[in-house]
Design a protein around this ligand. Structure first.
Ligand code: BGP
Length: 461
């Protein structure tokens, strides 16, 4: 059967400044630069965010390749610490000019620029003040957002406030794996709350300027599936869903927090203090559209052992993960489960429970370790596995669309293999491969496949 997609469907890719630009002419530093300077051994093969594809110098060439592949949309982020070194105060005029040039070139090539403000890279000075746990940082972010809107708002039709805002919170406060490595669930919830307020206030500022475009947010949604229909498993999955999906989805789309989540947080003495004025801001500043990143679901089961009452409360106090499933498929390099139907399930949830708000799949992708070994004699990566992966997901997206979901695009993570947070170049995700020695770009087989698919606005499956 031929899977066709709507006219003007967004075919594109996503990336971020920190993972592609490099440090040329960059006068400010983010947490990643500093962490890498202090502990390079934490990064795969000791490779840090200073060894990138140098998108900063090569963006025209890279956009020309996008054009050759017929991509019609591209998301990247602005580097806060490049645009405003230190996070507050003067803008750097070279940085401002660079983003103008980048956006202009995308527009010239008829590729919709989708501009994101925050992709995990906080200026170090603000991180040192406590990051999202500090409301002063929220104010700094709102000023930064205003600066971006006034610089580029007349020509950018789609802004994004945050990419996966829950991820830095999880990585820092729940797993102690990212800067500033602080295991503290309650503090993490407070920081998450502040991030939501930062987002809503940015939306508010955007609307005040009466600009021609739209504003949204990118959330990583992880459908939570219980191990069984036993009420304890179902409840455990519901808790995970409240914490990791509804926590952000409800306020940004519905304009209020989930009652069930508030009840759960209160019961466990985890509820942050919410000011009335802040809740008003949430209510009045819903997004125009959503970006949804989907990589894997959560598989949840009830706790089998009673948690130690002395241990600090963490999400795992309330549920466990499980992996023992016959036929479970895995993205081997990352250990992430491959479950394409998840993209359909979350689509139906958005349709039925979130007013069928327009959304696009803003990230989905397959990171492969050792992809070099799939090169043919001409040096092209023969990534049939990636084509299959994309097709499988697109088939479920197509079905969601047929069933009335308001999905308007699909973006692969990513265009050119890029640097991953701590994983550096362990996993390759792109439609285009990057030679780390020469910086040469080569379109992969999947790149050719997407070119054909975009040309036909669909594929035979
Ligand atoms: C998402 C991030 C991206 C990207 C991707 C792949 O969560 O938004 O920035 O990195 O995951 O993850 P990784 O590169 O860690 O394998």
């Amino acid at each position: 059967m031929f899977y066709d997609f709507p006219r003007r469907f967004w075919w594109g890719t996503a990336s971020s400044s920190l993972q592609t630009e490099g440090n040329k002419n960059k006068r400010g530093k983010s947490t990643w630069d500093i962490w890498y300077e202090k502990e390079p051994f934490r990064f795969y093969n000791n490779v840090g965010p200073n060894k990138l594809s140098d998108f900063y110098s090569n963006f025209k060439k890279d956009i020309d390749i996008m054009k050759e592949l017929y991509l019609n949309s591209f998301r990247t982020s602005i580097s806060w610490s490049r645009l405003i070194p230190g996070g507050t105060g003067e803008i750097d005029s070279d940085a401002a000019a660079y983003y103008h040039d980048l956006i202009d070139y995308l527009i010239e090539k008829d590729i919709e620029p989708i501009i994101n403000l925050f992709h995990f890279d906080m200026p170090i000075e603000l991180a040192n003040k406590g990051g999202w746990a500090n409301k002063e940082v929220v104010n700094a972010y709102v000023n930064y957002a205003k600066t971006v809107f006034s610089l580029y708002g007349e020509k950018v039709n789609y802004f994004i406030t945050f990419n996966e805002p829950i991820v830095p919170i999880e990585m820092c406060y729940l797993y102690g794996a990212h800067y500033p490595f602080e295991l503290n669930f309650k503090k993490g919830i407070g920081a998450a709350y502040n991030t939501i307020i930062a987002h809503c206030r940015a939306v508010e500022e955007y609307r005040k300027l009466d600009l021609p475009g739209q504003i949204g947010i990118v959330l990583n949604l992880t459908p939570s599936y219980p191990r069984s229909s036993h009420p304890s498993d179902v409840n455990a999955a519901k808790t995970a869903d409240l914490l990791f999906n509804r926590s952000f989805l409800d306020p940004v789309v519905k304009g209020h927090f989930s009652k069930d989540l508030i009840e759960f947080l209160k019961e466990n003495n985890l509820c942050p203090n919410a000011e009335k004025k802040e809740l008003e801001t949430v209510k009045n500043n819903k997004v125009d559209y959503l970006g949804v990143n989907y990589y894997q679901p959560r598989r949840i089961k009830a706790k089998e052992n009673i948690p130690n009452p002395q241990a600090p409360i963490m999400p795992e106090t309330f549920f466990d993960y499980y992996t023992e499933m016959p036929g479970r498929r895995m993205n081997t390099s990352r250990g992430w489960e491959i479950y394409p139907k998840g993209i359909y399930d979350l689509s139906i949830d958005i349709r039925d429970n979130y007013g069928n708000i327009p959304y696009f799949i803003s990230e989905n992708g397959m990171g492969i370790e050792g992809e070099e070994k799939h090169k043919n004699e001409d040096g092209q990566i023969q990534d049939d596995y990636r084509i299959e992966f994309i097709k499988e997901h697109l088939i479920w997206i197509h079905r969601a669309k047929e069933e009335g979901c308001n999905v308007f695009g699909y973006h692969l993570w990513t265009f050119i293999d890029n640097w991953s947070f701590t994983n550096a170049y362990k996993n390759r995700y792109g439609y285009v491969s990057l030679d780390l020695e020469t910086n040469k770009r080569t379109v992969k087989k999947s790149g050719e496949w997407i070119r054909k698919t975009i040309f036909n606005n669909g594929f035979e499956g």
